[in-house]
Design a binder for this molecule. Structure first.
Ligand SMILES: N[C@@H](CCC(=O)N[C@@H](CS)C(=O)NCC(=O)O)C(=O)O
Length: 210
């Protein structure tokens, strides 16, 4: 496997694919991208062999394929050189995994698929937006309680939890009501003010058509 170029199956607007792209950049890993839009009905059958749930991202590394973003970023961190993105202590690693699990289990749908997606049509879907905001509040409150009094969310240095959270928060903040809600969480603001300037955050931001 070493020496084989990593392949990423990605969709340009996907928050989950962006998590992997952030980690690839943080680690300095060379990779090749295959663009797959998982929201269409004509996803190639060859991709469904790699990801039977028709989502992005997935990776191929030699003969090894893997989907589910948490395991993918962990694999990349443990397989490739570059700075370690998993903290040294069991306590901090557990916190990192907990934050990732919270985002996956309770955060993605309200923050992204309801609040952010409510703005997709010409007229904002107010019902979807309000439901999303209502469901986002306990997620942000939980993260506010867990975030360290430091620049990074789970440990003294940047970790996989920061990479996992950034794309979802960035989409949430693009909606004015989301930004207004976020402004009520001072520790999260402190965290965001640091990580938003990071080169891997800036270079992976999707380019939306104007
Ligand atoms: N549990 C998956 C979630 C991936 C996911 O939901 N990706 C979105 C794009 S951000 C997707 O492919 N959505 C397609 C759909 O919902 O049909 C992971 O951790 O990778």
């Amino acid at each position: 496997m070493p020496g084989r170029k990593l392949e990423l199956f990605s969709y340009k607007f996907s928050v989950y694919a962006r998590i992997v792209r952030i980690v690839l950049e943080e680690k300095g890993i060379d990779f090749e991208t295959h663009e797959i839009n998982p929201f269409t009905s004509d996803v190639p059958a060859s991709y469904l062999d790699i990801h039977p749930f028709k989502r992005v991202p997935a990776i191929r590394h030699g003969a090894f394929t893997l989907y589910e973003t948490g395991p993918v970023t962990q694999y990349l961190d443990e397989t490739f050189n570059g700075p370690s993105l998993q903290p040294d202590t069991a306590f901090e690693r557990a916190r990192m995994r907990q934050i990732i699990a919270i985002i996956d289990s309770y955060g993605y749908w309200p923050l992204v698929r309801k609040v952010f997606s409510s703005t997709f049509k010409e007229e904002i879907d107010e019902t979807m937006l309000n439901k999303g905001l209502q469901e986002s509040a306990p997620v942000l409150a939980a993260l506010e309680k867990l975030v360290r009094d430091a620049r990074y969310i789970a440990a003294p240095s940047y970790s996989l939890a920061d990479a996992h959270l950034i794309p979802m928060i960035e989409y949430f903040l693009m909606v004015p009501e989301g930004a207004a809600m976020f402004s009520r969480y001072p520790k999260l603001i402190h965290w965001w003010d640091h990580v938003k300037e990071r080169p891997s955050t800036i270079s992976t931001l999707p380019q939306f058509p104007s």
